[in-house]
Design a protein around this ligand. Sequence first.
Ligand SMILES: *Cc1c(COP(=O)(O)O)cnc(C)c1O
Length: 407
Amino acid sequence: MKSTVGNLESTSVHAGREDLRDLGVHVPSIDLSTTYPIDDLPLATQSLDALAEGAAEAINPIYSRLNNPTVRRFETALAQLEGADDAVAFSSGMAVLTACFLAARADGGHVVAVRPLYGGTDHLLTSGLLSFDVTFTEVDGIAAACRSDTSLVVLETPANPTLVLVDIEEAVRQAGTVPVLVDSTFATPVLQRPLEHGASLVVHSATKFLGGHGDIMGGVVATNGEWARRLRQVRILTGAVLYPQAGYMLHRGLQTLPVRVERGQATARLLATRLADHPAMKSVLYPGLAAGDPQGLVGRQMKGPGSLISFEVEGGYEVAVRIAKEVRMLTPAVSLGSVDSLIQHPAGLTHRLVDPEVRLRHGITDGLLRISVGLEAPEDLCADLHRAIARSLSDQNEVSTLRLRLA
Ligand SMILES: *Cc1c(COP(=O)(O)O)cnc(C)c1O
């Protein structure tokens, strides 16, 4: 069996593929079986018992909701990249978060959440669906917010959509014995490994950078053995399994993850600087700009600032709407982490379900736009954005006259 011990780039390419040479193949096959032949009933019963207890693998996978070898390869690889004992994959990022909350439920019915969070996470916590008592707070307030029945502290860094960085070590210190879940979707294991800073659970919406091409939905959590066992039990019961074909594609996506993340980041650095120089710019939120990282976490907690940028141009909502309409190379769409660049309006889309007052308190203004920088040439993206901004700022009357003349 070949070794996958090495630098992150090598691990990305080789993890979860250690047995391929012995199998005489170059890429893994996709196991689409929903059920598996049972020739030895007592042995199969043993396998079933083990899987129901949360084992990662068994001699007989029995049924695809209990265990799938293709999905397992992706989990093994992701766990290695995060420096975790184990990982558990689900059908989406929201399915992962739901499973984590359900798994934590046994330890108490209270959750402490650090805002801002992804709109869906925020809404899941406020909806009452999981019958949790939730206290929203800032990092400094975690210790005061924790109670004897607190089972989980939830945070996101960089946070969606303001790109605020949260000090994971400080959060862990404040949480004391309560496990800390870090949604690391924006960072990926290439830029940040939260377990090394004391987090207990690292969550990714695999739909974003891990897949990387805008064509797979999935989610994954990297953690220690005991949490993984509990999460697999939840997955068996709730059924939010990752489809094997998606497991294969996510595993393949990991192979190019470092290259994609680093290239997107290099372009984002350039774009953020250019945007910050624009005379009509009200604010640019990016951890690579001095103002975006007041605690100096880039370099200490994160290897780099990543490839998401939020910004606001003078003129508020009206101008933001026009910019998102005027771009040609960027696609106006939610989601992020794809090979192509996307632009979206958080207050109107991803964070629509968050209380408007909470949105404003956390800087999610009606004029704010968020860009996910892809792999296009930096000059082309810069030109597209500057052109869209210029057109959006130009005299509205002039544009409507033009439209009349063209009609
Ligand atoms: C998209 C996203 C999620 C939800 O993931 P889905 O795969 O869409 O269910 C959770 N957290 C963050 C930070 C996200 O960007």
